[in-house]
Design a protein around this ligand. Structure first.
Ligand SMILES: NC(=O)c1ccc[n+]([C@@H]2O[C@H](COP(=O)([O-])OP(=O)(O)OC[C@H]3O[C@@H](n4cnc5c(N)ncnc54)[C@H](O)[C@@H]3O)[C@@H](O)[C@H]2O)c1
Length: 362
């Protein structure tokens, strides 16, 4: 007959070996499951905090759980009940995934997180541009960022909320952290969409298509056609060699589908979240595994084609430190004009935000 053991009763005093074996006793029902050890490569804990666990934040948390890369995930939301519900649901997936400690928390729980991802805010309404969201979401960031930075002055902050470039700039100012530890998801999603659209046209795996969208994550974003390649072959040679059309109309169609993808998805299902969550996951992996991966994220750009003190996306090397370096692409004259225009659009938004803040009676 099997002996029945109370999982929460103290071990018997006369059994030191068993005590050692059972020192990690089961937690009472409802408590988070056991955290993993710190990352074996870096020796650091792999706690990730997520502020805003709506569609984007919770999908990222789920992706993170399935990846097994985090030892602890803290979910923070103005709607604390929602964060609790997400934590419960995610914890129930742990037996199918990886031992991960997941809980709903407060800002103080950002302490010790390697990365805090901010996906809090109000979503884009159908037909609304990302820049029109700015005032609503900047005010929300005023409540969030100082508390995250205070709880975790050593960590990295990754912004996902739109308009992501402006909010990355706002975060940089509010957080007072070094610029290499504050960045936005930027055009990581647009670049993925561009590579996907190109892969469909070219008939190769999107992972073998090397092409970037730079500038604003939004209407003024810029496709870098001049440097796009497959196996080092520029697209005109690749297409000529393989009998694939690459007319200006085709290029315009591929770019339009890339740029307008968010509008198309939102008009059909109300929000987009799987692909951006996968992008946030890729950023997280690059940081935690110290991979020096090149990703098009949004960061503070200075002295580039006349652009200064604006957050926008360029291919950027990401490691455990955060931003290692921003790659200053040699652009065609048309692309350079495009990225300057992007910077101008973003500058005007930041200025209008500053004017609004200065004249706000509150
Ligand atoms: N960067 C990208 O590529 C990309 C892609 C898709 C969506 N987004 C953006 O991500 C953001 C979130 O989108 P979503 O679909 O998850 O929206 P959502 O409405 O589902 O979730 C937003 C969450 O933020 C929370 N929140 C609001 N104010 C808060 C505050 N002051 N403190 C803490 N939490 C607060 C809400 O309670 C909600 O749970 C939006 O701005 C959206 O445009 C970005």
């Amino acid at each position: 007959m099997t002996e029945t053991v109370d999982p929460v009763a103290p071990p018997p005093a006369e059994a030191p070996a068993a005590e050692a074996r059972h020192s990690r006793r089961r937690r009472p029902t409802g408590e988070p499951s056991m955290a993993r050890e710190p990352d074996y490569q870096t020796g650091r804990p792999t706690k990730i905090a997520i502020v805003g666990v709506g569609m984007v934040g919770s999908t990222f948390a789920y992706t993170l759980l399935l990846s097994g890369i985090a030892s602890e995930i803290v979910l923070i939301d103005a709607n604390h009940e929602r964060a609790e519900g997400e934590a419960m649901d995610l914890n129930h997936a742990v037996p199918f995934a990886h031992p991960t400690k997941i809980c709903a928390g407060e800002y103080a729980d950002c302490e010790g997180a390697a990365i805090t991802v901010i996906a809090a805010g109000v979503g884009q309404r159908p037909g609304e541009t990302r820049l029109e969201l700015v005032k609503r979401n900047a005010a929300i960031f005023g409540q969030i960022v100082p508390r995250v930075a205070e709880a975790n002055p050593e960590g990295i902050i990754v912004v996902a909320t739109n308009p992501v470039d402006v909010l990355t700039y706002v975060t940089l100012n509010l957080a007072g952290l070094p610029a290499h530890r504050v960045f936005g998801s930027g055009t990581i999603l647009d670049t993925a969409r561009f590579r996907y659209m190109l892969s469909e046209h070219l008939g190769v795996d999107p992972r073998s298509v090397h092409a970037y969208i730079i500038g604003e994550h939004g209407d003024s974003e810029v496709p870098v056609w001049s440097l796009a390649n497959v196996a080092g072959m520029r697209l005109p040679s690749f297409c000529a060699e393989n009998g694939i059309p690459l007319s200006p109309d085709t290029m315009e169609r591929i770019f339009r589908q890339t740029r307008d993808a968010a509008y198309e998805i939102i008009s059909r299902k109300g929000a987009s979240y799987y692909a951006v969550a996968a992008g946030l996951m890729r950023i997280t992996e690059a940081i935690l595994r110290d991979q020096n991966t090149v990703l098009s994220i949004s960061s503070l750009v200075t002295d580039y084609y006349g652009i200064d003190n604006i957050c926008l996306s360029l291919p950027t090397v990401i490691s455990r430190r955060g931003i290692e370096r921003v790659l200053r692409l040699d652009l065609s004259p048309r692309e350079a004009r495009g990225v300057r225009k992007s910077a101008e659009v973003l500058r005007q938004t930041i200025e209008s935000l500053e004017v609004a803040a200065a004249t706000d009676p509150a």
